[in-house]
Design a protein around this ligand. Structure first.
Ligand code: LIP
Length: 259
């Protein structure tokens, strides 16, 4: 079975832990930052994936959201490095607001190589491998060809970083006047997949951990999207960043935020 298929299998198995979760509120702790929660299921899924994927690719290194620090060590720039968000959309998970997803990114020599995002609640799996296209449940997908004015956009509020709130909403107001309407899913990985599938035309968030966007960025990139930071600089994969991602159609025009 090829590497991407094996990672997809691991994501589906991890998804079963989310579906079997109960009494989530009692299993919840707070991390640093505003409304930044972690549940025992985030840790359980991360533990499972670290073990399972180490079996699949023994030479790989690992970085996961629940390791506690946005630690990107030098060794991740060489060879394979898994970048894992065991439950992207933890607040959604705690509040039973769907979806929350399992997000597994694989970097090769510090560059995005494979991405798998699995929504166990709706049985939807997105995956991509560099140079081989992006897929939704095994069907090839492409981003939208529509211009901004005929698109809906999604945004992330970067809720853990209150100093970013004012700018996040200035940009949202600016895009609301240039698009049809706005959506907020609560999970960056899912937002990037909806962009890849041509449902939205633009997604942005002013600060994300590498684990929030590593997998979704491969999927969106392979579906024809253009990804930068919020100021239009090339997206880097060595730590937290802002993300601005647009469809192939929107990429053809000036789409930078005017705020
Ligand atoms: C979440 C992101 C979401 C963002 C949240 C949070 P988590 O990731 O997916 O887009 O708005 O603040 O960062 O913490 O649930 O893995």
């Amino acid at each position: 079975m090829d590497l991407r298929k094996q990672i997809e299998e691991a994501a589906r198995e991890a998804g079963k832990i989310l579906l079997s979760a109960n009494d989530i509120q009692a299993a919840t702790d707070e991390k640093s930052g505003h409304a930044n929660f972690v549940t025992m299921y985030d840790k359980k899924v991360q533990e499972f994936l670290f073990a399972e994927l180490a079996r699949v690719l023994p030479e790989a290194s690992f970085v996961g959201e629940e390791e506690g620090a946005e630690c990107f060590r030098e060794e991740y720039r060489r060879g394979y490095a898994f970048v894992i968000d065991p439950i992207d959309g933890t607040t959604n998970f705690i509040k039973a607001y769907r979806p929350s997803v399992v997000s597994i990114g694989l970097l090769l020599d510090g560059k995005p190589f494979i991405g798998v995002v699995y929504n166990p609640y709706h049985g939807i799996l997105y995956s991509a491998e560099r140079g081989k296209g992006a897929y939704r449940n095994g069907v090839l997908i492409h981003s939208s060809g529509e211009p901004l004015e005929r698109s809906i956009f999604s945004m992330g509020t970067a809720p853990y970083y209150e100093e970013l709130t004012a700018r996040s909403f200035r940009i949202a107001e600016n895009y609301l006047h240039r698009t049809i309407d706005m959506r907020r899913s609560g999970t960056a990985a899912w937002d990037l997949c909806l962009l890849a599938e041509g449902i939205t035309g633009l997604y942005y968030e002013l600060r994300l951990g590498l684990w929030d966007f590593a997998a979704g960025a491969v999927i969106a990139g392979e579906a024809g999207c253009v990804l930068t930071d919020i100021d239009g600089n090339p997206l880097t994969y060595d730590g937290p960043s802002s993300v601005l991602a647009v469809s192939a159609g929107v990429a053809r025009e000036n789409y930078m935020p005017e705020a």
